[in-house]
Design a protein around this ligand. Structure first.
Ligand SMILES: [Mg+2]
Length: 568
């Protein structure tokens, strides 16, 4: 059996034919050995064969660098044009552990992609969530005390890493945090740290959809938002316990928290602690460099597009890309273009060219490196745009929505929370199966109840008509009519038992995802607002960029068949 390497597989995939099962093929002759795989994943990284490399023609013109350019090209070798067999790919994907899969909302042909871009924070660089969120929480509360005159007791507030999840919405006017369903109706709500009862929730939000564009609402779009929101609800709890509800201005409180956390980001206090101890705050992914190298070997142009400034970007990228054997001389060698201080989402709306990076003055870099700029400039520089660009990011609005809506890029959303959700789902397989059986029984019960109701109406009608029916038959009908109420009562009894058990199982599963908010992706039987955004804006999604190593470079990511309710 052929090894499960990306490149080995790339070399042999051909249109569907009986002899093209990749599991029976060998790597192309002359392919250099793959780098050692990580134990958690199939190995990846064998280079393209010389024949493949020689066959590629680069048709993408790169503009002169505006700032720092340019050592001889780190020219990406060409990509073979053939596409893999759909039959073979279906077979292979089932063998990829679910945690390492790429999930598809919209079909994505990797052969059509010419340039691939990456956000930095929470996309290429994965933070260890608890220490980094605690750090943001602690620095902000200290600034509130020192700069805004908040009481010293605020320093005793402790961070709870499970309290806030992405996709929630903050109602700044009322001091509430909301989870919304697919239709933007409020399904769960907390005021400060206290859950709102359903009647309180109903009074506050009635049955109206929330208009998220309104200034009262703030959406929790990135993992950086979590400590900010938890500090906000903790402060509401703190002040209301101390002073009662009437005196608190929830909007002003949110403004203070926002201002101080922004300052912690802006004045470098947060970043200097992180860069001072990268081992503590950054989770290393041993395969992230390999996936970048593989994309380059496949002939893709790579770019980094981050809102972080150069010094922070440089520190993080050195840490995640320049360790171990065969590390590049400089991490920028892996990219064609590096844009720092991009100011996304404005980046997608302007036409500016980037400015030079002061720290790099006088240095020659193999990549084009600049500050700011615009998607228009970037696409011109890459020689590719629109549907030929694939962009990886974690921010629902700044990375994914805007790049798709304005620049028409294909989008890959990084959702680190997927790992936990998939694990919880797998641990509750039995509960999900039981839930499916009980739901099916409840559905059948409704059908039976409807049938018996129809029977009762029909028999009552027959009995009421003095049409000379045989008296014996009339007696039988009357007896049957007598039995029906008991049967209906037993159906109803079973129905309420089912409701109770279904409710209990749902609660158990829900709490396993998150004790307050349930699943990040679902609410009831529908997608949550976050799940809905993910479906709408991300062409594909996965928990980390290196999961792409489990697929051939020329993979055709295909969305599952979507059924309408009337199809099922
Ligand atoms: Mg990010």
């Amino acid at each position: 059996m052929a090894p499960e390497t990306w490149s080995a597989y790339n070399g042999v995939v051909t249109p569907d034919s009986p002899g093209n099962d990749p599991t029976t093929k060998k790597p192309p002759q002359g392919a250099p050995a793959s780098p050692a795989p990580s134990p958690a994943a199939p190995p990846a990284g064998a280079k393209s064969s010389p024949e493949e490399e020689a066959s590629q023609e680069s048709t993408i013109a790169v503009e002169s660098a505006p700032t720092h350019r340019k050592a001889p090209a780190h020219a990406p070798p060409p990509a073979p044009a053939r596409e893999p067999s759909a039959r073979a790919l279906r077979y292979r994907e089932h063998r990829i552990p679910r945690r390492h899969r790429v999930f598809v909302n919209r079909n994505l042909k990797m052969t059509a992609i010419r340039a691939i871009g990456f956000d930095l924070d929470h996309t290429l660089a994965h933070y260890d969530p608890v220490p980094v969120e605690e750090l943001g929480f602690d620095l902000t509360k200290r600034k509130l005390v020192e700069e805004k005159g908040y009481p010293k007791e605020v320093l005793d507030l402790k961070y709870d890493p499970e309290w806030v999840i992405r996709g929630l919405v903050v109602d700044k006017k009322r001091g509430n945090v909301l989870k919304m369903d697919y239709f933007n109706f409020v399904s769960r709500a907390y005021h400060g740290l206290t859950a709102l009862r359903s009647d309180e929730r109903g009074r506050a939000y009635r049955s109206d959809r929330i208009r998220l564009g309104h200034e009262n609402y703030v959406s929790v779009d990135t993992l950086f938002h979590l400590p900010e929101v938890y500090l906000y609800v903790s402060l509401i709890d703190f002040f209301e316990n101390r002073d009662g509800k009437k005196s608190l201005d929830y909007e002003a409180l949110y403004k203070d928290v926002r201002e101080m956390i922004d300052e912690a980001h802006r004045d470098g206090s947060l970043k200097s602690v992180i860069t001072g101890n990268l081992d503590r705050y950054i989770r290393l992914d041993s395969e992230v460099r390999t996936v970048l190298e593989e994309f380059r070997r496949a002939g893709k142009k790579l770019f980094l597009l981050t809102n972080s400034e150069w010094s922070y970007t440089d520190a993080l990228m050195r840490h995640i890309l320049m360790k171990g054997k065969r590390a590049p001389e400089h991490w920028t060698d892996l990219f064609n273009v590096v844009i720092v201080e991009a100011a996304k989402p404005q980046f997608f709306l302007s036409n500016d060219a980037p400015a030079p990076v002061a720290e790099l003055e006088g240095r020659t870099m193999s990549a084009t490196v600049g500050r700011g700029g615009s998607a228009t400039w970037l696409q011109r520089t890459l020689g590719s745009g629109g549907e030929h660009v694939l962009y990886f990011g974690d921010h629902t609005y700044g990375d994914i929505l805007q790049s798709k809506r304005v620049a028409n890029w294909r989008t890959a959303m990084i959702v680190p929370e997927l790992d936990r959700e998939i694990t919880v789902t797998a641990e509750h397989t039995k509960e999900f199966e039981r839930l499916a059986r009980l739901s099916s029984e409840r559905h059948q019960l409704e059908i039976d109840k409807a049938a018996i109701g129809r029977e009762l109406r029909r028999l009552t009608l027959i009995l009421s008509e003095q049409d000379g029916t045989d008296p014996v038959r009339r007696g039988e009908i009357a007896a049957r009519i007598q039995e029906i109420p008991d049967q209906i009562a037993s159906f109803e009894q079973r129905g309420s038992e089912l409701e109770h058990e279904i409710g209990q199982i749902r609660l158990k599963i829900d709490r396993a995802y998150n004790p307050r908010w349930g699943s990040l992706f679902r609410e009831g039987n529908e997608s949550s607002r976050f799940g809905h955004q993910l479906k709408d804006f991300a062409c594909v999604y996965t928990s980390r960029v290196s999961n792409f190593l489990h697929y051939p470079w020329n993979y055709y990511f295909q969305s599952p068949v979507g059924y309408m309710p009337h199809d099922i």
